[in-house]
Write a protein of this length. Structure first.
Length: 447
């Protein structure tokens, strides 16, 4: 090592986290050691989110908090916000030693070298040839035993509100061989849970000749890898859900019947304005099909409130859908009017601000309903036995924080486990004893 140490303040989604892991691994080739605390670092990277206004504000706040705390350290501004607004940030965020995008991540080494030589860099390189997308990772930012596996970049869906194509570009599927090597590397490093991520998993491969999805064949090959591990699927677009997935899951128990399906709304008029083709009945039928195949299935979704066309009538349709769907977990967020998206031209700023006022009330009602449904859905697990992945030990207590198979990292509830000699990154058999809010409590039966 050359004495250089890098700290990453990672913001945003799981895809951003994988990007941060790739950058850290690339910098390790030049002798940069990743550290857990910014105090120890000689270099700080703020890996930003630029999806919606609140995320952008959080990214800017995080940068200035670190800059004020460590004024003499080199601090890089990277990620989605840097990619989307590089030219604006070049002039307005002069406090950053570098502005670096999120496409050709290996270029981080040249950026850091230039910064260390006293230069200020603004760089948003294009993606490298997809055939060379064999990024490796060493240091993972998950808790022990779990990791994300990104299979594609960007998106070809054109939801009218979404800035992802502006930030990450069109769909770009990683080579199958690269994905499988990445998965095997994770398993060799002791990972017990692989969370497969993309903007839409089912779209994998549709950017290639033939335009057919290659997701299910890829998933089958991942599930066929040797080892005792589980697979969780994160993000499948509801308008392109492959029903054949259910049969594949039955053949490969490693694939958890966990479905992250971002419905966003249920009223036909609102969905149509969003650029989506679904409706309340179609989505309810999909949920019924999933639960018929897997009565124990966990279904998570996100709901957007305040979009163009939403009113009390469309909100009533949404609430009826949520009452009937009884989704296990629901995340809600307010529509953000994003410059450059088709939805930006659908309404004026005053109209948008007026609608968001009503949407805040809607959001409160949705959250109240959905939390009550989540609690009632969790009650079914009390008195049952489940495997729990231990993530974090509680100091000086015979307690640990973990997750069951139906609790995804970061977004769902947790399981508080009572037991002795627990080890982070291991899986233990537990008896579920109680529901506590949206969390569970459990006792160890077998380690």
């Amino acid at each position: 090592m050359n004495g250089h140490k890098v700290y990453v303040e990672n913001l945003g989604c799981a895809k951003n986290q994988v990007d941060a892991e790739v950058m850290v691994a690339s910098l390790a080739e030049d002798g940069y050691e990743p550290v857990e605390n910014a105090d120890e670092a000689t270099l700080i990277i703020v890996n930003t989110c630029g999806f919606i206004e609140s995320a952008r504000a959080e990214s800017i706040d995080a940068f200035f908090e670190l800059k004020n705390q460590y004024p003499d350290k080199k601090i890089l501004f990277t990620g989605c916000l840097a990619q989307r607004y590089s030219q604006e940030l070049k002039d307005e965020l002069t406090e950053a030693d570098a502005i670096f995008g999120n496409r050709d991540l290996k270029e981080i080494n040249s950026v850091v070298k230039a910064v260390e030589e006293g230069n200020r860099v603004v760089l948003t390189p294009e993606y490298p040839d997809v055939k060379s997308d064999y990024d490796t990772r060493g240091k993972l930012f998950n808790y022990p035993g779990s990791a994300y596996l990104k299979i594609s970049e960007g998106c070809n869906h054109r939801c009218r509100y979404c800035a992802i194509p502006l930030i990450r570009g069109a769909l770009r599927s990683r080579p199958e061989k690269a994905v499988l090597e990445d998965a095997a590397h994770l398993l060799d490093s002791g990972v017990k849970e692989i969370n497969i991520i993309a903007q839409d998993l089912a779209a994998y491969g549709t950017d290639r000749e033939g335009k057919e999805s290659a997701f299910l064949p890829l998933l089958e090959k991942i599930a066929s890898l040797e080892g005792d591990f589980s697979i969780r699927l994160l993000y499948i677009h509801p308008d392109a859900f492959p029903l054949e997935l259910l049969d594949l899951m039955k053949r490969y128990p490693k694939i958890i019947p966990y479905f992250d399906i971002p419905f966003q709304h249920a009223d036909t008029r609102v969905l149509s304005k969003m650029g989506r083709t679904g409706d309340k009945n179609t989505y309810l039928a999909l949920i019924d099909t999933i639960r018929t195949a897997f009565p124990e299935a966990t279904i998570r979704s996100t709901i957007m409130l305040g979009f163009t066309g939403e009113d009390d009538q469309t909100f009533t349709t949404l609430m009826e859908f949520l009452e009937e769907a009884r989704l296990d977990y629901v995340g809600t967020f307010l529509f953000s009017l994003e410059e450059g998206t088709p939805a930006f031209d659908d309404c004026s700023i005053p109209e948008y601000e007026k609608r968001i006022g009503s949407a805040r009330r809607y959001k409160s009602e949705v959250e109240k309903l959905c939390e009550s449904i989540t609690v009632s859905r969790l009650e079914q697990y009390v008195g049952t036995e489940m495997d729990v992945l231990i993530e974090e030990l509680i100091d000086q207590e015979d307690l640990a924080i973990g997750r069951t198979r139906f609790q995804a990292p970061e977004v769902d509830g947790l399981t508080v486990v009572m037991g002795q000699n627990l080890v982070a990154g291991t899986v233990v058999r537990c008896g579920i004893t109680k529901v506590n809010g949206v969390d569970l409590e459990a006792v160890v039966i077998e380690q």
